[in-house]
Design a protein around this ligand. Structure first.
Ligand code: PLP
Length: 394
């Protein structure tokens, strides 16, 4: 549920305010009874009606609409520059709501590097329902033309991608896909709206695992869809209520709180990641560093154009192959060996056997000498020392 109330209570025109101000205020009016500056966690599952079908404040039943979730939805819609936001119980639930827009027999083109769970949802769940899909190298617009069929209706990709950190030119892909009559969905989980706003570059919808940078503290699982496309907004709103995989009030509060500090956290994530990239580049145990901030990264120029910084995710390959990658992942102390990403603490993982195991054997399979780190906001000297020491053991 979105729209209706002012995005910035007490402010005439939300768009005149900067990102950081909107992250703190958009959709979050002061409590009209107490003046509280923090959006309350509204636990009520039902809301009083003044007459039959006349809800007092527009809320009827909490699956359909909840004030805390509503604030969260308005805030993320403002940050992504879209008209409507919808909050779900997880990133995959948000993706599922969008994918239900497609019908049996429709075809979807998926970028050939993506979160393994996204691939699994498209291939194993929606595939069983009749959705056809194929993986495409979206860095080459010709490949969209080559893969396009009369039933293709949607192109879906991440940029930067998980875990190879490939950069896709959002504006270019949108131009090609719109010309062909399709819709574009961008998973903006890695970049966040602070670094990149796909809707302003032509995307029809943005999806997030809010579990990552939006929440930012590894304490909430969630997902959002933001769109300005009328048909998609109507569809996602309908599915959100009809299926019911909504974000609960406490989860909504946690993401809303996380988003208030998104800008400052992202600045630190990016700064720390750049220092880690300096350490890894040229290190004799590292055969390749994948980071869009590197001048020799194939997507660097596009990243400079469409992102305001290069993010906190860094992937790299080890000269010692899989054995070295596994040993490294188990040798760090400040970087915790764990799945997930985007929170204040640094994490290290082996995508091949952890987050991307479900893509094994597919076009999205990742190399087994690959390590992915989510660079946190700790003291950068500690992060450098930790990785240096661990690299010396592999
Ligand atoms: N999109 C990306 C890029 C992800 O990395 C993930 C999870 O890791 C998801 C979507 C799925 O989100 P969730 O785990 O919140 O369901």
């Amino acid at each position: 549920m979105s729209g209706g109330e002012p995005l910035l209570s007490g402010f005439e025109d939300p768009e005149e305010y900067g990102f950081e101000t909107r992250a703190i205020r958009a959709g979050q009016p002061h409590d009209s009874r107490t003046g509280g500056v923090v959006t309350a966690i509204a636990l009520s599952t039902t809301f009083a009606q003044d007459g039959i079908g006349e809800p007092r404040f527009g809320y009827e039943y909490a699956r359909t609409g909840n004030p805390t979730r509503h604030a969260y939805e308005q805030c993320i819609a403002s940050l992504e520059g879209g008209s409507d936001g919808f909050a779900f119980a997880s990133g995959l639930a948000a993706e599922d709501a969008l994918l239900r827009y497609l019908e049996p027999g429709d075809n979807l083109l998926l970028g050939d590097d993506a979160y393994g769970g996204t691939f699994r949802l498209i291939d194993k769940v929606h595939g069983r329902g009749g959705l056809q899909s194929s993986a495409v190298d979206l860095t080459d617009p010709e490949s969209i033309h080559n893969a396009w069929t009369p039933s293709t209706r949607m192109v879906w990709f991440e940029t930067p991608t998980n875990p190879l950190l490939t950069i896709i030119d959002i504006e270019q892909v949108c131009a090609v896909v719109h010309e062909l009559g399709g819709l574009v969905v961008v998973d903006n989980t890695f970049a966040t709206p602070y670094l990149q706003q796909p809707i302003s570059l032509g995307a029809d919808a943005v999806v997030h695992s809010a579990t990552k940078y939006l929440g930012g503290h590894s304490d909430v699982v969630g997902g959002v869809v933001v769109t300005s496309h009328e048909g998609l907004a109507e569809h996602v709103g309908f599915v959100q209520n009809a299926v019911g995989a909504v974000a609960g009030p406490f989860d909504s509060y946690l993401v809303l709180r996380g988003m208030k500090t998104l800008a400052v956290r992202m600045d630190r994530h990016c700064g720390n990641a750049a220092t880690i990239v300096d350490l890894l580049s040229g290190h004799n145990r590292v055969s390749k560093v994948l980071y869009p901030g590197l001048k020799d990264h194939p997507g660097h120029d596009v990243a400079v154009r469409q992102m305001s910084n290069f993010g906190g995710m860094v992937s790299f390959r080890l000269t010692g192959g899989r054995e070295a990658a596994e040993k490294l992942a188990m040798s760090t102390r400040v970087f915790t060996l764990a799945e997930s990403l985007g929170a204040v603490e640094s994490l290290i993982e082996h995508p091949g056997v952890m987050t991307h195991a479900s893509a094994a054997g597919s076009a999205l399979e990742v190399p087994d000498d690959l390590i992915r780190v989510s660079v946190g906001i700790e003291s950068v000297a500690d992060l450098v020392a930790d990785l240096e020491r661990a690299l010396a053991t592999v």
